[in-house]
Design a protein around this ligand. Structure first.
Ligand code: KIV
Ligand code: ZN
Length: 498
């Protein structure tokens, strides 16, 4: 059996179904181009019959992207298929993804149909799609809860009708990895024409098993895996692209290969998170902020001796510059010395021991040990940097038919400085004013505002990442006023610049 695994990315279709994550066409093109650079094989660009916006996005993505197959979703309905075919007219390589429910729930409760009729409708949809495109993928919705014997009949019928790929979705995220793998194995062994099509996995994460199920499907014979960046998707999400790809890369004994350029993973993850306003949880595998951060003394010492002691992936493989050694009360001398070296502070053994004792006391009472703290602990005076920057005053003017403007007063090392700037919104204007005062070239890399609850009187939490001379600095603040929270988070990040 061929060992190449095709990556079918559905961030722009299943991923985009998440409430509040909708993208406009320009943003979708940006994501699609990034997915192309990442090396995905198929981009599911939308569900064209569902809205004029989705139709337009499929059209524009088809024009903007050359290498991957562009895929459009339909129900097993002629009109859907016609509209999908029309939306794909500019695609260099195109696929229609059509299908129908095959579980007892879908057949009897949702579609009010019979198994025999489902097989006929499935065949008819594939044959109809074949009139427009050569490459037709069929999905057996809720295959995870479908009977294997019936599923095999459906799969055989759609392959005979011309399906090139057959998708076996665990739509409700119900299967156990063994069950899902056994289902794929059963189909490989009981569908007489299975060699004429590729089986695809499409797993949802309702019980946290999407990645395990997809992997089990691949091990048992599927050769396409349907995924989203950061695992976003309906409810608890879909299988995450970065997890599957890195499992296959890391566990090479599985002998399954993708064409993904893994060093683009992190920036693709950031882009999707930023455009969809969907923060990535800190402990998310592969792309979470803490995925390569070490905080306990034993681990830090181990990583500093040799990265492989506590890391199974080189962060550079996914596009992250280096592992992070976070200073906490559990850090050891090795971690403290590592940070002092980064700050060019030389300490002999006695000095290090002395500073380490002071550091432990401080770390017990302070959550976040900054570079400033280290300078003070080591008794180093720093003259000119943007330390101790405080927001003294912030005033914004904005509203309909007004050019947003902000006036900011910062207290830098005890002295007050004021500046005003305009922008495309109050936050943008305030950031421009801050930039004029701090005289440092900083690029905003990531900016996320989160509400803690859903109330309008809620605290806004702002996470920011800025770039300066190739290094990334993180800032955070929370305030009921989101412009103030944004400026404070911006200053928090800036104040960490070495
Ligand atoms: O989860 C699912 O069943 C789907 C299909 C429409 C492919 O997303
Ligand atoms: Zn789905």
């Amino acid at each position: 059996m061929n060992n190449r695994v095709y990556i079918f990315d559905t961030t722009l279709r299943d991923g985009e179904q998440v409430p509040g994550c909708q993208l406009n066409t320009i943003e979708k093109i940006e994501v699609a181009r990034k997915l192309e650079a990442l090396g995905v094989d198929v981009i599911e660009a939308g569900f064209p019959i569902s809205s004029p916006g989705d139709f337009k996005s499929v059209v524009e993505i088809s024009k903007a992207v050359c290498e991957p197959v562009i895929c459009a979703l339909t129900r097993a309905v002629e009109k859907d298929i016609e509209v999908a075919a029309d939306s794909l007219k500019y695609a260099r390589r195109k696929r229609i993804h059509t299908g129908i429910g095959t579980s007892p729930y879908h057949i009897y409760n949702k579609l009010k149909s019979t198994p025999e009729e489902i097989i006929e409708r499935a065949k008819a949809a594939v044959k109809y799609a074949k009139k427009y495109v050569e490459d037709v993928e069929f999905y057996a919705e809720d295959a995870g809860r479908s009977e294997n014997e019936f599923l095999a009949k459906v799969v055989e019928a759609v392959i005979a009708a011309g399906a090139t790929v057959v998708n076996i979705p665990d739509t409700t995220g119900y299967c156990l990895p063994e069950e899902y793998g056994a289902k794929i194995k059963y189909l490989c062994e009981h569908v007489s024409n299975i060699d004429k099509a590729i089986l695809s996995t499409h797993c949802h994460n309702d019980l946290g098993m999407a990645t395990a199920n997809s992997l089990s499907g691949l091990i048992n014979g599927a050769r396409q895996v349907e995924v989203t960046m950061n695992g976003i998707g309906e409810r608890a999400g879909n299988t995450s692209l970065e997890e599957i790809v890195m499992i296959l890369k890391c566990r090479s004994h599985l002998n399954l290969q993708t064409a993904i350029q893994t060093e683009h993973i992190y920036e693709t993850s950031r882009l999707v998170s930023r455009l969809m306003r969907m923060p990535v949880q800190s402990n998310k595998a592969i792309v979470g902020r803490n995925a390569f951060a070490h905080s306990s003394g034993i681990h830090q010492d181990g990583v500093l001796k040799s990265r492989e002691n506590y890391e199974i992936i080189d962060p550079k493989d996914v596009g992250i510059n280096e592992s992070t050694i976070v200073l906490t009360a559990r850090s050891g001398r090795a971690a403290l010395k590592h940070h002092m070296d980064l700050l060019n502070i030389e300490l002999d053994n006695d000095e290090l021991n002395e500073v380490y004792d002071k550091f432990l006391k401080l770390a017990d009472s302070k959550k976040d040990i900054t570079d400033d703290d280290l300078y003070i602990l080591a008794g180093v005076k720093r003259a000119h940097l943007n330390r101790n920057i405080k927001l003294e005053h912030l005033q914004v003017v904005c509203g309909q038919s007004t050019i947003p403007m902000a006036t900011v007063t910062l207290n830098i090392e005890g002295e007050s400085f004021t500046s005003s700037a305009t922008g495309n919104g109050p936050i943008n204007a305030a950031f421009s004013a801050v930039k004029q005062l701090i005289q440092k070239k900083v690029n905003l890399e990531e900016f996320l505002i989160q509400a803690i609850t859903r109330g309008s009187n809620d605290l806004g939490k702002v996470h920011i990442q800025v770039e300066n001379k190739g290094s990334i600095y993180y800032g955070f603040s929370a305030n009921t006023d989101i412009v103030t929270a944004s400026v404070e988070a911006f200053l928090d990040a800036i104040s960490k610049i070495r």
